[in-house]
Design a protein around this ligand. Structure first.
Ligand SMILES: [Zn+2]
Ligand SMILES: [Zn+2]
Length: 371
């Protein structure tokens, strides 16, 4: 009975997304090879068998566990990639080997106090962290401690050559994120996505004003190009669904193709189904239009929906409060007058154990008028 329900749901989901299927994964997590718990084997086993994910990326830190090496020790980087290959069964589960490029201010010599590894001259840069992952084996790890790869631009050039992708981790509105988007606009083709989360996060009874979505909106308002993903950043070996991709098949190549084209959206708790299109184009696309954008939104929620908003160029232009788990509507933006980005945010009434409401954020669609 249970499997029959799953089949029916899968058929509905397939029909809704045309040539694409919806797959769920986690883009960010650690094992005991850096500062997490458990082995890579444990991580992917939990992802596949407990969290029931379609794909998972393991992203241990690139510096070596207090060891003197500049990189995640080569044998560990090899182990991560071999484990990911071993777990990958096309059509059933895709495991991806990656790492967290962990840039830190102590690597620059311009510090007056505190511990310093003083690898690079000048004042510290605040590039924050970036997750890096590849569709196939790469022997060398492009570390944030290596002068050849210590800036986002240098990293992007190297990763592009190997067919990999990068995303901006935990965007930071404070000093620690000052230079996180400091890369050539063309490198958005490889630094395709960024992690998104609410502007305020509740954790163990306390409220943290992290300005997650606001930070990304500011980047988009400056003309930045990024899609939205999320990850648990689990250090307990417990990956969970945080990113949905629209991919042609459950293969590594198809998952990378979806992420490269930003056909993905982020959630922070439950698996909210979200379809967002403009004149038939999917999230992540950059399009040119004659006439006004016809925006179609469909949400298959897991609890009553508190609010669905459409954001254009940083402003909410439409808000709906369905108060039930499913909603679908079309909105024509008659005020559209020039190059614009649009995205959709969904907030449900249910909460996680800390009190955070379930959210979903579509990747943006960029629209230019055809004059
Ligand atoms: Zn990090
Ligand atoms: Zn992390």
């Amino acid at each position: 009975m249970k499997s029959a329900c799953i089949v029916v749901f899968a058929l509905l989901a397939d029909a809704a997304f045309g040539q694409y299927h919806l797959y769920w994964g986690d883009m960010h997590g650690h094992s005991a090879l850096s500062d997490g718990k458990g082995s890579p084997d444990d991580y992917f086993t939990h992802a596949r068998d407990v969290a029931r994910l379609d794909f998972a990326i393991l992203t241990d830190h690139d510096f070596g566990n207090g060891r003197p090496e500049w990189h995640l020790p080569t044998n560990n980087w090899t182990l991560i990639q071999e484990t990911a290959d071993g777990f990958t069964v096309p059509g059933r589960f895709v495991a991806v080997g990656g790492y967290e490029w962990t840039s830190q201010e102590k690597y620059w010599s311009g510090l007056t106090n505190g511990p310093s590894e003083r690898l690079f001259p000048g004042l510290p840069r605040h590039y924050n962290h970036k997750n890096v992952y590849f569709p196939s084996r790469v022997d060398y790890l492009f570390s944030a401690k290596d002068p050849a790869y210590h800036t986002p631009d240098r990293l992007a050039v190297a990763v592009l050559k190997h067919g990999g992708l990068i995303h901006n981790d935990h965007p930071d509105a404070a000093e620690a994120g000052r230079d996180q988007f400091d890369y050539a606009p063309a490198h958005a083709a490889v630094i395709a996505n960024s992690e998104i989360y609410p502007d305020t996060i509740l954790y163990q009874g306390k409220s943290f004003p992290v300005r997650g979505e606001e930070t990304l909106r500011a980047f988009l308002n400056r003309g930045g190009r990024t899609g939205f993903v999320a990850g648990t950043d689990s250090h307990e070996g417990k990956p969970a669904a945080r990113t949905a991709v629209l991919a042609r098949a459950l293969t590594r190549a198809a998952i990378f193709d979806a992420l490269r084209h930003r056909r993905n959206y982020a959630i922070n708790h439950t698996r909210i189904g979200l379809d967002f299109r403009i004149n038939g184009h999917f999230m992540g696309e950059e399009i040119e239009l004659t006439g006004k954008p016809r925006i179609a939104v469909e949400v298959k929620g897991t609890a009553p929906i508190e609010e669905i908003v459409i954001v254009r160029n940083g402003e909410v232009i439409q808000s709906r409060r369905p108060r039930k788990p499913k909603a679908a509507f079309t909105y024509v933006d008659r005020a559209f007058a020039g190059p614009s980005y649009y995205y959709v945010r969904v907030i449900q009434t249910d909460t996680d154990p800390h009190g955070n409401h379930s959210h979903a954020w579509s990747s943006p669609i960029w629209v230019r008028p055809n004059r």
